[in-house]
Design a protein. Structure first.
Length: 229
């Protein structure tokens, strides 16, 4: 690997992943040697729910959207994964079909690890097994929290939580480049109701809607919506 600049670059980025961070340098390199790169253009389907899955993937460059199809062609957006994050580990571990869709939100470079290589490695590396379990537990907790939010919180609270938790761009006031359809799919609402909520917050000076940007002016007002009983 020392004579392969691309592999070294991939290794350095994979080191940011929870799974790789638990390993010593030798084990990390051993696992990274089995990884191979794949590239996807914006909008490409990386994998689809119920497809056979025998690999997991780490995001090296770009953003991958994880989603679930719901009624009438709509989707529920579960996460937008960035460099250093992994997905596909459930199908890799249990050998069953994919549990969600993964789509390239931007041009993406991924490092792919196959089941036939990962399972023997995990058997030899208990620390990696524990980190993978922690990763899965964290995702189960987020899923449980999302289900609880949908069951017990109204749309304004769910939408406020979505705006506060999504990675913002730029400096100063937080700016998010998400369409109202995307915000609806993230918060479990309709685009019409999300639009109504955002317009109300704009009138109250909580945020500004400008050129497809949602600019959060008063994050404390959104936090109050999330924490209010």
């Amino acid at each position: 690997m020392a004579n392969n600049p691309a592999a070294e670059r991939g290794l350095k980025l994979l080191e940011k992943c929870t799974l790789f961070g638990a390993l010593d340098d030798k084990a990390r390199r051993e696992l990274a040697e089995h990884a191979h790169p794949r590239h996807f253009a914006t909008g490409d389907a990386i994998c689809r729910i119920d497809e056979h899955g025998d690999s997991m993937m780490a995001v090296v460059l770009g953003v991958v959207r994880i989603s679930l199809p719901v009624v009438r062609g709509k989707e529920l957006i579960l996460a937008d994964l960035r460099a250093g994050e992994m997905f596909g580990e459930i199908a890799l571990l249990d050998g069953k079909p994919r549990s969600a869709n993964a789509t390239a939100l931007t041009n993406c470079e991924l490092m792919v690890l196959e089941r036939r290589d990962v399972l023997p490695f995990l058997e030899r590396n208990p620390a990696a097994c524990m980190k993978l379990m922690e990763l899965l537990c964290a995702r189960i907790r987020r899923s449980d929290e999302r289900m609880s939010d949908i069951a017990f919180f109204d749309l304004p609270a769910r939408l406020a939580k979505t705006l506060l938790s999504y990675p913002a761009q730029g400096h100063g006031a937080a700016k998010l480049s998400l369409s109202q359809r995307e915000l609806a799919e993230m918060s479990g609402g309709t685009r019409e109701n999300v639009n109504r909520c955002l317009r109300d917050w704009q009138r109250r000076g909580i945020l500004e809607l400008k050129d497809r940007w949602t600019i959060i002016l008063k994050p404390e007002a959104l936090r109050e919506l999330v924490t209010s009983p």
